[in-house]
Design a protein around this ligand. Structure first.
Ligand code: ZN
Length: 149
């Protein structure tokens, strides 16, 4: 189990060091900025959606390692996916991070996103990990900004 934790830790550190899909997106169709006042994270998500498919997705902003890694993992996973697939992934991640079950989700299905499970034990860190996902939801709902509490 500790080997698995090390692997998860390595994925988080790697995405923090070399964030994927970082930057603004020209011709974005949906955008929102997420604020997490508890930690000071400010993560913006930019999307290009065509025919119910996320053809491009990026993020930028300032944040701790967890919020940046979560955004990086999120964009890597969702690029090219349909909105329906996106909703399924978002629901799995919500379960992983905030579900009540001891063994929350199908880790294999989550792939690298399973690395986020380590934060479950730390309520404050959970807000960091969910921030990009809240910003994603806000963007799709047509809101420019969201603040978590
Ligand atoms: Zn944070």
């Amino acid at each position: 189990m500790s080997e698995l934790s090390d692997l998860y830790q390595e994925i988080i550190l790697d995405h923090n060091r070399r964030p994927r899909n970082y930057g603004k997106l020209e011709h974005a169709t949906h955008e929102a900025e997420g604020h997490n006042p508890l930690c000071g994270d400010e993560i913006s998500v930019h999307l290009k959606i065509e025919d119910d498919r996320i053809t491009d997705i990026t993020f930028d902003g300032q944040g701790c390692a967890i919020s940046k890694a979560s955004a990086s993992l999120m964009t890597s996973r969702l690029k090219g996916r349909t909105l329906e697939e996106m909703r399924a992934v978002a629901a799995d991640v919500r379960d992983l991070l905030t579900g009540q079950d001891e063994e929350p989700a199908d880790l294999e299905k989550l792939g690298d996103l399973a690395a986020l499970q380590g934060v479950r034990k730390y309520a404050v860190r959970v807000k960091c990990a969910t921030l990009p996902w809240h910003a994603l939801e806000a963007a799709l709902a047509g809101d420019d900004e969201i603040t978590t509490e």
